[in-house]
Design a protein around this ligand. Structure first.
Ligand SMILES: Cc1cc2nc3c(=O)[nH]c(=O)nc-3n(C[C@H](O)[C@H](O)[C@H](O)COP(=O)(O)OP(=O)(O)OC[C@H]3O[C@@H](n4cnc5c(N)ncnc54)[C@H](O)[C@@H]3O)c2cc1C
Length: 306
């Protein structure tokens, strides 16, 4: 009998769950309007008590042309107004090396010591990535450049289903190795559904000699149609069973939320059973699903004595 079947709590409790709650990190994006700002801060207020290992703020994600400034402002504000460890995403697409070095130096001077070093999404309509002639060409080059500016703790991206621009899975894995060899110490994955995709990738990475932590990126399905669109762009496959689960729920947000929380919790619990003890949540600046999944993972607000 497997530990899962023996556990009195069924899917919600395994020996690993009882031993200790996993570590988590939360990803936000910089708000673009006053209403979005308010939502972000409400989300932070609700998630901060869970004591994440860190939170991170994206930079120009989805190909937005907003640049690094909104990320800088959001990271610094969260850093100064909360107890959270902040992490800045830094992207190179469309920017010169001087501009990137300047923003990295500002982060260092502001006391931000952790970054996610990325190539960056391409703006809508740009089919094929071309490195900026005066820029860093790929994320591995950025990692190397960052290490010359300060001893940042550098996280990088990894792709369980292979990055769409990579000529092969082997090339993509070598690329991850290059990023780690250049000084990154941790990888966070693109989101995926199910568990086998991640576990197979982890096996391949370990077999290739990659020993750094590889943290699964978890995307609770805030809105199935939107997530399906994101998935198509970034090469994440959407299994039929997932589409069937959300079928008919477009106009029923309450049931959609319940199903989404169940799906993400089940994914994390199965990964947990396979020995994974850290998760990175793409929160989409919303607290409820991430909060529910963390709760089911045994993560509770820290109790402070009066
Ligand atoms: C955790 C996480 C956070 C993210 N945050 C953001 C964000 O804040 N903002 C944003 O815009 N996007 C973000 N993204 C998306 C990311 O920027 C895109 O997936 C982007 O297309 C690739 O970024 P990368 O850092 O993995 O690039 P790279 O590691 O540079 O790889 C990009 C592609 O180039 C290939 N490649 C690498 N080196 C070479 C070479 N020398 N010659 C030819 N090909 C090469 C790789 O195999 C891969 O296919 C995030 C992704 C993840 C997983």
């Amino acid at each position: 009998m497997s530990p899962r079947q023996e556990a009195p709590g069924g899917v919600f409790e395994t020996p690993a769950d009882r031993a200790s709650a996993p570590q988590v990190s939360f990803e936000f994006f910089p708000p673009k309007s006053a209403a979005m700002k308010q939502r972000l801060w409400e989300t932070i207020e609700r998630l901060e008590p869970l004591g994440p290992r860190f939170i991170s703020v994206t930079c120009g994600a989805g190909g937005s042309a907003s640049g690094a400034e909104p990320t800088y402002e959001t990271v610094c504000r969260i850093g100064s107004e909360t107890s959270l460890n902040t992490t800045a995403h830094l992207t190179i697409a469309g920017a010169t090396r001087d501009d990137i070095d300047a923003i990295a130096s500002r982060y260092w001077r502001a006391g931000i010591r952790r970054v996610v070093a990325l190539r960056g999404d391409l703006p809508e309509g740009i089919g094929c990535y071309q490195p900026h002639p005066q820029g860093y060409a790929y994320a591995a080059d950025l990692v190397e450049g960052l290490k010359k500016i300060g001893d940042f703790e550098v996280n990088v991206a990894a792709y369980p289903e292979v990055h769409p621009d990579a000529p092969s899975a082997g090339f993509d894995l070598d690329n991850l190795k290059r990023k780690l060899d250049a000084g990154a110490t941790r990888a966070i994955t693109q989101f995926f559904f199910g568990t086998d995709v991640f576990l197979r990738f982890l096996d391949r990475a370990r077999a290739a000699g990659i020993e750094a932590p590889i943290v699964p990126g978890i995307m609770p399905v805030v809105k199935f149609a939107t997530i399906a669109q994101f998935s198509a762009k970034c090469g994440t496959s959407v299994p039929d069973w997932l589409a069937r689960l959300f079928d008919g729920l477009d106009d029923d947000p309450a049931t959609h939320r319940l199903v989404a929380a169940t799906v993400a919790a089940e994914q994390c619990l199965r990964l947990r059973e396979a020995g994974v003890n850290e998760f990175h949540f793409y929160t989409m600046n919303r607290a409820d699903l991430t909060l529910a999944v963390c709760h089911m993972l045994g993560i509770r607000p820290a109790v402070t004595s009066a």
